[in-house]
Design a protein around this ligand. Structure first.
Ligand code: SF4
Length: 679
C-alpha cells in the first residue's frame, strides 16, 4: 500500500554529519534553508535535551511554548540517533504537520541533492481504514438502509478497487458520522487477523508492514494507547497490535496523556456493544447459511436480556457515578444473571457449531470477553477503578422518564464504564519502565514552573526536566486583563454583568475575538444576551462543524466566535483576525463528574490535598491552553481577559498567575483602550 511515505533509506547517514548547533545555530543549515529563520535559543536547548535523553536512555519532560519550533527540535535528534522511534501527537493537525511539512522540509535540508531519504510513515486509527473482508461480505449480502447508504456503499465499493491506502480521508464526500462506514471499518474487534482470507491484501497488514520498515512512525495518542491496551490484553500475542516494538517514544501534546490513557485502560460495556455483537453474528450466520433455529433463539434471547438489564440501570443524564452496584445487584441479580446466561448460551452455541468459518471463533472470543467485562463492571471491587454510567443520545428529562418506564430503546445508548482512578501505576509499569526513553512535550505541562503535577499524574520517575524560555515577547505582545469589579462567576448576577463587559471589550478590540466558556449553558446565555446588541458578526459553536466555523472566522472581518472546550486547544488563527481571547471563568473540571470526583476522593483519602494537587493544576493547564490561542506568531498582538477575578482574590489564584507566561497585566479598562490605541 502506498501509505504516504518518505521512501526508504537509512537515517544513519546523517548521524554525526551535522551537529545540532550546525543545524539550528546562526549561519547553520536551518538558517540557509528556512525562509523565516530566526535563531531560537529554546529550540537548540530542546534539541540538545532530547539528544541527551536518547543517548542516556532517560525520560525527558520538556515544556516548549508556541514558537519554539519544537517538532524540528525533536525530529533532528531522533534522526541522528538512528533509532526507530514512535512520535505520538494529540491532534491530527500536528500529525499532518509532521508528516507533510516537517519531514519533507528536513529531508530537503539534510539531503539537498537527494543523496538520502527519511523513512517515515504516518498511521491513523484502524477505524479510518476500510476492512476488505467486511466490504466483500456485505457485497455478497447487501443489508443497507435507505438511499444514502446505497449511494455510500457504491462509492466505497468502487473506491476500494483503486485505493492504495484504504484511508477514508480519500472519500471526501463520506459524511463524518456515516453509519455504513462504521459497519465497514477495520476496527480490531471483528478482525480475525492472520486467519482472514484478505490478510495479505488488508490495508492494516500493509500499514503494519510499513511501520516495521520505518524508522519514524507518526501516530496519535488514541492509536498509541489502543495498541498498548490490545497488547496488554493479549499478553503480547504475535499479531496483536499494529505498532512495532520501539525503545523510544516522543509524546507531543503530552498534556492529554492522562485522559487518553484512562479511556483506553478502562472497560466499557453497553447495550450498543451487545447489539453490535448480535448483528455481526446474525449477518455472518446468514451469509454462511448457518442460522439454525437454536442460534436464532440464542440471539433473540440475548437481545431481550440485554434490553431488560440495561433498562433497569439507575436513571440519570450524561455521566454519573454508579455507587450502589451491590444494592442494584441484590435487587436485580436475576436480570444480571440473565444477561450473563444469554451471553454464555450464545457462546456455547457458536462453539458447538461443526466446521465453522474463522470469523465464528472471533465471535466466540467477543462473547466471552463481553461476559468477563460485564462481570468486571458490575462486580469488581477494584480500589483503583471508578464505576460509572454514561447515557448518550437520550436527550435529558424525557429520556430519563422513558428510561424509568423501562426502555433503553429509542436510540438511547447506555454505557457501563470502569475507568482507572490513577493511571500512574499502569503507565509506569507498562510504558515508562519498559521503554528506554520517553520524551513528553507540550506548550502546557508545567504548573508554577515545575512538573510535579504531571510527574505524579503520569507515574514518571527519575526524569530529566526542562522549561524552555519563550521565543515570544509576551510582555509586549499580550495584555492580560482581569476586571476586579465583576461578581463571582458562581453567582446568578454574573452572566448579565459579564455580558456587558464582554460587549465593552469587543467594542475596544473591534470584535476579532474568541469568547471561550467553561459550559454550554453559560455560552448560550451570554450569546443570547449579546445577540442584536453587538455590531460584529457572531459565530456560535454548534451552528456548523468546528472546521467550518473556524474557516468562517478567518474570512469574516471583525468576527466574534462563542465556543466551549473544543476550541480551547488545537486551534491556530494567526494574525489580526484574532486579537482578543476572553475566558469566562477559571476552568476547574466539573467536580460532580464521576472520574474527577473519584480522583479527588482518592487523593484526599491518602492524606493529600486534592484541590491543590489535582484540581488547581489541571485547571492551570487548561487555562494556559485557552490563552495559548492568542499569540501564535512573533507578529501577533492582543488582549487576554479572564472574567473570573477569583484569580486575584483567592489564595490559589497565585498558582494560576505564576504559571502563565509573562503577559503584561492590568485590572484597568483604560489600559486596555490604550493598548489598542498604540499599535
Ligand atoms: S485482516 Fe482484519 S481488518 Fe484486514 S480485511 Fe481481514 S478482517 Fe478486515
Amino acid at each position: 500500500m502506498a501509505l504516504p511515505s518518505q521512501s526508504v533509506a537509512s537515517q544513519a547517514s546523517v548521524k554525526g554529519d551535522v551537529s545540532l548547533y550546525q543545524f539550528f545555530g546562526p549561519g547553520g543549515v536551518l538558517s540557509r534553508t528556512h525562509p523565516a529563520y530566526e535563531f531560537r535559543r529554546g529550540q537548540l536547548q530542546m534539541a540538545q535535551s532530547v539528544e541527551q535523553a536518547l543517548a542516556e536512555k532517560r525520560h525527558l519532560i520538556v515544556e516548549a511554548g508556541t514558537g519554539t519550533g519544537k517538532t524540528l527540535a525533536y525530529l533532528l535528534p531522533v534522526i541522528r540517533s538512528g533509532k526507530r522511534v514512535i512520535i505520538s501527537t494529540g491532534t491530527k493537525n500536528l500529525q499532518e504537520q509532521l508528516f507533510y511539512k516537517d519531514v519533507p522540509f528536513l529531508e530537503q535540508a539534510l539531503y539537498p541533492n537527494g543523496e538520502g531519504k527519511l523513512n517515515v510513515c504516518y498511521m491513523k486509527g484502524r477505524n479510518n481504514y476500510v476492512c476488505r473482508k467486511k466490504l466483500y461480505d456485505l457485497t455478497d449480502q447487501p443489508v443497507l438502509s435507505g438511499l444514502d447508504e446505497i449511494e455510500q456503499y457504491r462509492a466505497i465499493a468502487s473506491w476500494e478497487k483503486v485505493t492504495q491506502t484504504g484511508d477514508r480521508a480519500e472519500l471526501a464526500e463520506m459524511p463524518e458520522a456515516s453509519a455504513l462506514w462504521h459497519k465497514l471499518d477495520a476496527r480490531a474487534d471483528a478482525c480475525t487477523g492472520q486467519k482472514c482470507s484478505q490478510w495479505d491484501r488488508c490495508f492494516i497488514t500493509e500499514m503494519r508492514r510499513r511501520a516495521m520498515e520505518s524508522d519514524i512512525i507518526i501516530v496519535n495518542h488514541h492509536l498509541f494507547f489502543a495498541d498498548l491496551g490490545i497488547k496488554q490484553q493479549t499478553e503480547e500475542a504475535p499479531d496483536a497490535g499494529i505498532l512495532p516494538d520501539v525503545g523510544t517514544v516522543i509524546f507531543d501534546e503530552a498534556h492529554e496523556l492522562e485522559d487518553v490513557a484512562g479511556s483506553y485502560f478502562g472497560i466499557s460495556v453497553s447495550n450498543l456493544r451487545v447489539e453490535e455483537l448480535c448483528r455481526d453474528v446474525e449477518m455472518s450466520l446468514q451469509r454462511h447459511h448457518m442460522l439454525s433455529a437454536s442460534l436464532a433463539g440464542a440471539l433473540s434471547n440475548l437481545r431481550e436480556r440485554s434490553q431488560f438489564f440495561f433498562a433497569l440501570l439507575p436513571a440519570g443524564d450524561g455521566r454519573f457515578a454508579f455507587d450502589g452496584r451491590r444494592e442494584f445487584l441484590e435487587e436485580n441479580g436475576e436480570e444480571f444473571l440473565g444477561l450473563q446466561h444469554g451471553l454464555q448460551r450464545l457462546g456455547s452455541e457458536l462453539e458447538n457449531l461443526p466446521s465453522k468459518p474463522e470469523e465464528i471463533f472471533n465471535f466466540t472470543r467477543r462473547t466471552q470477553e463481553l461476559q468477563v467485562h460485564l462481570g468486571f463492571v458490575m462486580e469488581s471491587e477494584d480500589k483503583n477503578t471508578v464505576f460509572w454510567i454514561e447515557r448518550r443520545g437520550m436527550g435529558g428529562a424525557g429520556a430519563a422518564a422513558s428510561h424509568r418506564a423501562g426502555s433503553a430503546r429509542g436510540g438511547g445508548r447506555v454505557f457501563l464504564q470502569a475507568t482507572p482512578i490513577d493511571v500512574a501505576p499502569i503507565l509506569k509499569s507498562c510504558l515508562f519502565d519498559r521503554l528506554d526513553s520517553c520524551v513528553l512535550t507540550s506548550a502546557t505541562l508545567a504548573v508554577g514552573g515545575n512538573f510535579e503535577y504531571m510527574r505524579r499524574r503520569l507515574g514518571l520517575e527519575h526524569t530529566r526536566e526542562s522549561v524552555l524560555p519563550s521565543h515570544f515577547d509576551y510582555g509586549n505582545q499580550a495584555l492580560f486583563y482581569v476586571p476586579p469589579d465583576l461578581p463571582d462567576p458562581r453567582t446568578p448576577q454574573f452572566a448579565a454583568k459579564a455580558s456587558d463587559r464582554i460587549r465593552h471589550l469587543l467594542e475596544i478590540t473591534r470584535g476579532r475575538a474568541f469568547v471561550l466558556f467553561t459550559s454550554y449553558a453559560q455560552m448560550n446565555e451570554v450569546y443570547q444576551r449579546l445577540l442584536g446588541v453587538l455590531d460584529f458578526p457572531m459565530l456560535l459553536q454548534g451552528d456548523a462543524p468546528k472546521s467550518a466555523l473556524l474557516q468562517e472566522f478567518r474570512v469574516t472581518p471583525n468576527a466574534v466566535l462563542f465556543a466551549t472546550s473544543s476550541f480551547w486547544q488545537g486551534v491556530d488563527v494567526q494574525g489580526e483576525q484574532l486579537s482578543c481571547v476572553i475566558i469566562d471563568r477559571l476552568p476547574f473540571a466539573v467536580p460532580s463528574d464521576p472520574v474527577v470526583a473519584a480522583r479527588v476522593k482518592a487523593i484526599d483519602a491518602e492524606g493529600g490535598n486534592a484541590f491543590f494537587q489535582y484540581q488547581v493544576p489541571a485547571a492551570v493547564i487548561t487555562l494556559k491552553q485557552g490563552f495559548g490561542r492568542l499569540i501564535r506568531s512573533l507578529n501577533d498582538r492582543g488582549l487576554l481577559t479572564l472574567l473570573d477575578n477569583r484569580i486575584l482574590k483567592k489564595q490559589y489564584g497565585r498558582v494560576f498567575v505564576e504559571s502563565l507566561p509573562a503577559y503584561r497585566r492590568t485590572t484597568d479598562l483604560r489600559q486596555v483602550e490604550q493598548f489598542f490605541e498604540t499599535p
